[in-house]
Structures are given as structure tokens and as C-alpha cells.
Ligand binder design. Sequence first.
Ligand SMILES: *[C@@H]1O[C@H](CO)[C@@H](O)[C@H](O)[C@H]1NC(C)=O
Ligand SMILES: *[C@@H]1O[C@H](CO)[C@@H](O)[C@H](O)[C@H]1NC(C)=O
Ligand SMILES: *[C@@H]1O[C@H](CO)[C@@H](O)[C@H](O)[C@H]1NC(C)=O
Ligand SMILES: *[C@@H]1O[C@H](CO)[C@@H](O)[C@H](O)[C@H]1NC(C)=O
Ligand SMILES: [Cu+2]
Length: 622
Amino acid sequence: MSKVQRPWPLVGCSLVACILIALVYLLQLTPIPPGPLDVPEHHPNDERVTRPRIELHPEDHIYRTPVTQHLSWRVTSEYRRPDGVLKRVCLVNGLFPGPTIEARSGDTLIITVANDLPEDSIALHWHGLSVANDMDGAAGVSQSPIAPGKQFVYNMTITPDQSGTFWYHAHSGVSRADGLYGGLIVHAPASKATVRGLYPRALGEETSSYEKELLFLIGDWYHRSAKDVLDWYTDPGNFGNEPVPDSLLIHGVGRFACEMAVAARPVDCVAQSTNISFGPDPRRKLRIRVVNTGALAGFDLQFIHHRVDLLQVDSVDVKRPTDQPINSLGTLYPGQRMDFILWPTQDTGHHSPMAVHLNQECFKYANPALTPNQSFSLHSKSPSMPTVATESTVKIHHLDIQEVPSAPSIIQAIPPTAQQTHVVYTKIQKMARHSNKPFGYFNQTTWRPQQDPPVPLTYLPRSKWDKNQLAISTGSTPTWIDLVINNLDEGSHPFHLHGHSFYILATHQSEYGWGSYNPFVDKVPPHLSSDSTSILQDGADSAGSNIDDPLTVPYDLSRAALRDTVQIPSRGYAVLRFRADNPGVWLLHCHILWHSVTGMAMLIDVQGNPAGLIAHNASPSR
Ligand SMILES: *[C@@H]1O[C@H](CO)[C@@H](O)[C@H](O)[C@H]1NC(C)=O
Ligand SMILES: *[C@@H]1O[C@H](CO)[C@@H](O)[C@H](O)[C@H]1NC(C)=O
Ligand SMILES: *[C@@H]1O[C@H](CO)[C@@H](O)[C@H](O)[C@H]1NC(C)=O
Ligand SMILES: *[C@@H]1O[C@H](CO)[C@@H](O)[C@H](O)[C@H]1NC(C)=O
Ligand SMILES: [Cu+2]
């Protein structure tokens, strides 16, 4: 441990360094190849561009009995212009993003995935869903990736207790940043609504009923191929700075002013004179489901003339904030989802946009091509509506979703203590013996898919795992585990656990030192010390827990949040409590693509009968 905790010399980003880095960046990039022949014809008023809306159909799912859905998918790639700039993107059945799956709790999905890519192997992960281990789609862990020309059948039964906003994405290589992802919505069954045209969110909960549901897949976007971006990141000349995206897309469509392209990095760009619009009717009450599909950046959403009510984060009901109405939500980090009600504007004469603000905290140099803050019109039906000139005078009431606890009914299921406690340390390091390339570590191990022998870990005894696998074993299931993840890094990281959701009991950020926490050694956890910035200390409401004696009760369970992705602050930690009840080998990894592919991942080995999914009842019904 002492080895791990030694402070590393860190490359700071002074102004001079930033300029140097930017120069290196501008000069080094290889221009993308000249436009190939399979470029789609460009129509400025192409419907795909002007009407990118994913409208959901809860009415087809919430009132029926469970069914088996058979889907047949073909993964290919083609040159497209998502934001006007030509790039080879991954397609599922010709679509980018891939088809949206809509199901209900209890459905079985049988998805045959044929890989028709010329050279890349793929595996698909169903993010947030707790499925049987061999269907989890983590290449090297739960399956061998699907080679070009081959196919694989994903066969998943969604347990009755699971519903919410999920998504699927590539979990091998870097295809996710070339667009291999899509939405996966599991509707919760409901009884017929009493008010026509309204979907009840919960029985008797009139105020959170809604008339339509829309899915927003929002994420950062690179104009170069994901492989080129990864090569740039791992080039020691770029000092481990994460590649700053060039653009942002909302379900596969974006806006890019061609003249913004950096001279040293020419792009094949066709100006798209489009305004992206959503929303069928400004007077409707909408349920909006948002996924951060990006590779690096978090984002905030602002609807300054609307009221928004947060419903869920990571498919789990939140405790509804009771203070003033909010009009700004975030930060949503890669992999995370949030659902909210978007109320109609009170003054329907206003043409009120949705603003997306990419969070720039992890951008260590300037990319002049990127417009990090962009606004999108919400209502396509009323193009003549005036835009509001006085936007700056409207007050922003922001809700930090990382601080929002889960609903009380969900928190009730947390036991007062766990049966096992594990402590790990994570960090990105550039070491001379690795030619100063950045690699992510958990303890002393940088993760790579199992290769020696090349058999997925699930099918291999522990004694045969290669040296790149660091694992926590939970023993026989089900067992409650406390996992303390210490982030010794200067940056924060959104960590995602496969196969399980966890209760976040505490997060902590330290202004100095490493801010780490080892419950076996530390008498008082840093989040209970006076300089704390954790959820626990900020929580006004600590009813139901006894924090008078921090030595016996170091966590305020009433502030816990059930999630599958947690943003762990820089020089800080998170304490996660989960019920290891889904047997198999599960990845725990940073959801920033450049970090996970360079090793910021480890495994949770949950022992038990692999058919034990039937016993899965850890998550309270949602
Ligand atoms: C990680 O390192 C810590 C500190 O040395 C140790 O206590 C812990 O057991 C290690 N975890 C694993 C999974 O090896
Ligand atoms: C899917 O899995 C179920 C349960 O293991 C099995 O009965 C069924 O035959 C499988 N279907 C396919 C198409 O593999
Ligand atoms: C897009 O909106 C801007 C102002 O919001 C307007 O000037 C422009 O004409 C619009 N473009 C199209 C294609 O509607
Ligand atoms: C983007 O919006 C954020 C607030 O969310 C603001 O702090 C920042 O200055 C804006 N950036 C630009 C380039 O306008
Ligand atoms: Cu990370």
C-alpha cells in the first residue's frame, strides 16, 4: 500500500504547457483519408438531420404481459456525416445510433448479432442491466469478442424487478467512440391510466404523470477514428492528456461549423444548415430519458424557461427534491442516465431551447474546433417562435445529480453493515518502463482482456488467469460487500460495475494529500473530518442514522444513492455497498473510454451457481 500511496510527480497544465501541448496536438494529427466512394449523398434538408427524435412507446409495453423479443442485428460501418464532418461510423442494421430496444420488465431478449465489420471484433454490453454473466458482453471477461464474419446470440431475461433507462454499447476495443451504441428502455408495467393520454409513473402519483416519452442519447464526438484518437492518447508526446472531443451529438446528429476545423487537422466537412428540434408539441408534458453516450466528457442540461423534475438516475427512483423548481440538471458523466419530467413553458410564446454544456473539467488543453456549449430548439412545430433575447436574465436553478439520494423505499433495503470490506487504489500512471505511455491501474495491475490462454475468465479457473487480472473474490453468494475505491488521481473518474448496482454510501474529495481511506487503519474516515466535501456532510437530512458516533456508524445511509456508475472525485474515494448475488466475473472500470482501454479496470469474482440469476433480488423493485 505504501508503494501505491507515494505521491507521483504530476504533469501540471500551466499556460505554457497548455500551449505546447496544443501545438504538439495540432501538428501531430494525421489527416483523415480523402473521402471514399461510399459517401451518402448530402441533402441539406435530409429528414435524418432535421428531425432527430427518438420517441418512445410505453403504451405498447406497460399494459401487456412479458414476451420474448427476437432481434436480428447486422453490424457494419460506413462513412457518414453526423455533424457534417465525414467519418466512418459503426451501424446496426444501417442505423447510427443502433435501433432503440423497448421492452418491459420480465421480457426475454434474444438478439442475434452478426459482425460484418471488415476487421474489428466486437462484443455488446447491456449497460445497467443485471443479466446472466455469459451474456454481459465484456470481451475477455464474459465472452470472446465476435470476430468479423461471425455471430453471437445474446439471450437475456430481464428480471421482474428491473426497469428504467439503459443502453447498449461496444465493450471491446474502442468501437463505442465510432458510434456502436443504442438505447435500451425497459418500461415498468402499470395499470391503465385513469386520465386518458397520461402515463402514470406510479399509482396515485398524478404530478409525475406525462404524455410522451423521448430518449436523448447525448455524447461527445471525435472527428478522427476512435483508433486514431487512442493512438494520440497513448503517444507519450501528449503527456497523458485525454483527447478533447471535437463536437457533440444528440442521437447521431450534431452541428459543426466547418470553418471551426483546426487548420493542421483538415476535415471533409459539409455545412449542415440545420437546427435540431425535439418535442412534438410545446404544451405536452414529457418524460425525457437521457444517456451520456460519450467517451470522455460529462455534461449539464439546461431548460431555462421550463421546470424539470428529476425522476431517476441510473434507472433508480430519486428522493424528490422539495426545494425550489429546477431548470438545470447534471453533471451526467459517461455511462450515466437521468430521467426527468419536462414541464411545458408557462409562457407558451417562448421558444425555449435546451442547452447542452459539455463539462470542461477534464479538458487539459484547448481544442478550438469544439463548441462546448450548444443550444437546441425544443419545438419543431413552431419555427416562427421568437427566441428569447433576455436569456441571461433568467435565473439558473441547478441540481447536482451526484448529490441526490435514492428514494426512501430504496434506501430501506441497505443493511447496517456489510459482511466483507475491500479496499483498492486506482490511478493513471506514466512510467518510464512503459515508455511514459499512460496506463490505468488498480493497485499494481493494469487490466487487459485475458489473453494467455485466450479464454474468457468466466470459463477459466482462477489459477489460469493471466497477470493482467486483479480480482476481488466474494466467496459464496449472496454476500454484502463494502468496496472502498481510492482515487489517487488528479482527475475524477466515473466508475461502472457490471452485473450489480451499488449503494454509494460516501464520496469524498480532498483539497490536499491523497484523501484516501482505509477502514482497517483510519479511525475517522476523511469524509467525517471537518474539511469534508462529501455527500454525507452536505446532507441536511440525516434522519434515521446515528452519526453521533462516527466510529461505529461512519456512513449516513439516509443519503445513499443506488447507482451503477459513480463519479469518484480526484484525490478522494467512494464507499460502495452492494449485494454480490449475481454469480460470475464482473468488470469494474472507468467509463471514460480512453481510461478503460488503457487498463483502468478490475474484476469482482462473485462465486456461486451461475444459474443463480433466479435468486437475484438485491435491487428493490423499481
Ligand atoms: C489492493 O491494495 C491494498 C493495499 O495494499 C490491499 O489491502 C488490497 O487487498 C489490494 N486489493 C486487491 C484486490 O488485491
Ligand atoms: C435462451 O435461454 C433460455 C434459458 O436458458 C433457453 O431456454 C432458450 O432455449 C434460449 N434461447 C435461445 C434462442 O438460445
Ligand atoms: C436556425 O436557427 C437560427 C436562429 O436560431 C436561424 O437564424 C436559422 O435560420 C435557422 N436555420 C434553419 C435551417 O432553420
Ligand atoms: C459554458 O457554460 C458554462 C456554464 O455551464 C460556463 O461556465 C462556460 O463559461 C461556458 N463556456 C463557453 C465557452 O461559453
Ligand atoms: Cu477515468
